[in-house]
Design a protein around this ligand. Structure first.
Ligand SMILES: Cc1ncc(COP(=O)(O)O)c(C=O)c1O
Length: 357
């Protein structure tokens, strides 16, 4: 397989020490260390009983504006957009899309104009998620659901480019080969020992990347957050083919912990998330990381992992960033006062609580 350290030189230039290589062999700069995710070990009797240990890889804490996989997925796309001379980023998402918000924030930070194509009709006033994107300077436009389904076809893209000019198009969810290469950098940044690196799976880009970045006998486990997501195996395989030249055989996807489907919740999931918050002080989002952790506990209970297995779970986003039901947040990166219940005081309190894990 082709590893991310064989990125085209222009793109590779932004990261001279891309994902691979052993941690000990890799000289890490101060900047690398600043950007590496904090790691904490979870002490929990339920895991002890199953004989497994669990590390939380707090990728959500590295860059609160672009938490977790958002920063990794966008990194090389922004480099490519800049190098190819684009001034505008155009992307797609639902009305509560984390990805739209992240692209808006990244565009503002790095000097790109941003256009967000939203699925469905405009609803005013904007929900907090879209209001945040607009506050970051994103221009929103809406596509009816039928056209939205065809958004990645040449015909629809050509129409969009007629309206918005020549822009760098980032797919819905941000998963493409460059995103996968960005995610592949995570394993080498983890300063701890583990056997299985676990993450939630929506479009598959994050799993494709972290599996591609693993070394030795380590394996990756993805937990699908969608119902009937068998197709994701093909998606991850294809993303790895595009990113690395060939898929790796060190990952699998659990399809049994979607709790009813994307953004669906059950009393059991809500109880797990609330209990986890009480015990460990970390508010998991019910869409991604809540399902990931609930799955790991359940799989551990079922004896899926051999005793002694060291699990590491990537916290791919923050609860507030993923709050699609307008729930109050604890660590939202939104400027004070901009979005009703989201305040900087809450941001700081939430971050302090999270860091004190
Ligand atoms: C917090 C969070 N975790 C996980 C995912 C799933 O990542 P992917 O779409 O790469 O599978 C997403 C969506 O991008 C997300 O917002």
């Amino acid at each position: 397989m082709t590893h991310p350290d064989r990125l085209p030189p222009t793109v590779y230039a932004a990261s001279p020490e891309a994902g691979h290589g052993t941690r000990t062999a890799r000289r890490r700069s101060a900047r690398d260390r600043d950007e590496a995710p904090p790691v904490s070990e979870l002490r929990d009797g339920r895991l002890d009983r199953a004989g497994v240990t669990l590390l939380l890889i707090r990728d959500d804490l590295v860059d609160p504006e672009l938490p977790g996989n958002k920063r990794r997925k966008l990194k090389y796309n922004l480099v490519a957009a800049r190098e190819q001379g684009f001034g505008t980023l155009l992307t797609f998402g639902g009305a509560y899309s984390n990805h739209l918000r992240a692209v808006a924030a990244a565009g503002r930070r790095h000097g790109f104009r941003t256009v967000g194509i939203v699925r469905g009709e405009e609803h005013l006033p904007l929900n907090p998620s879209l209001a945040y994107a607009v506050a970051q300077g994103m221009t929103l436009a809406y596509l009816d659901r039928d056209t939205y389904r065809r958004k990645h076809t040449d015909a629809v893209l050509a129409e969009l480019k007629q309206v918005w000019g020549d822009c760098y198009v980032i797919p819905e969810g941000g998963s493409n080969a460059l995103a996968v290469r960005g995610c592949a950098e995570l394993p080498a940044e983890i300063d701890a020992e583990y056997d299985v690196l676990c993450c939630p799976v929506g479009t598959g880009g994050t799993l494709a990347g972290i599996a591609g970045g693993l070394t030795g006998d380590r394996r990756a486990l993805g937990v699908a957050v969608l119902k009937g997501a068998g197709f994701l195996t093909d998606e991850v395989t294809e993303l790895q083919r595009q990113a690395f030249g060939a898929p790796t055989d060190n990952w699998r996807i659990d399809l049994d912990h979607h709790f009813g489907g994307y953004a669906k919740r059950t009393p059991q999931l809500d109880a797990f998330v609330a209990d986890f918050h009480r015990r460990h002080g970390l508010a998991l989002d019910p869409i991604y990381t809540g399902k990931l952790l609930a799955a790991l506990y359940d799989l551990a209970d079922q004896g899926t992992f051999a005793p002694g297995t060291r699990l590491a779970a990537v916290i791919t986003g923050s609860a507030s960033f993923d709050a699609p039901h307008g729930g109050a947040s604890t660590n939202c990166p939104t400027p004070a006062g901009a979005l009703g219940p989201y305040t900087m005081a809450a941001v700081n309190a939430g971050l302090r609580a999270a860091l004190a894990l």
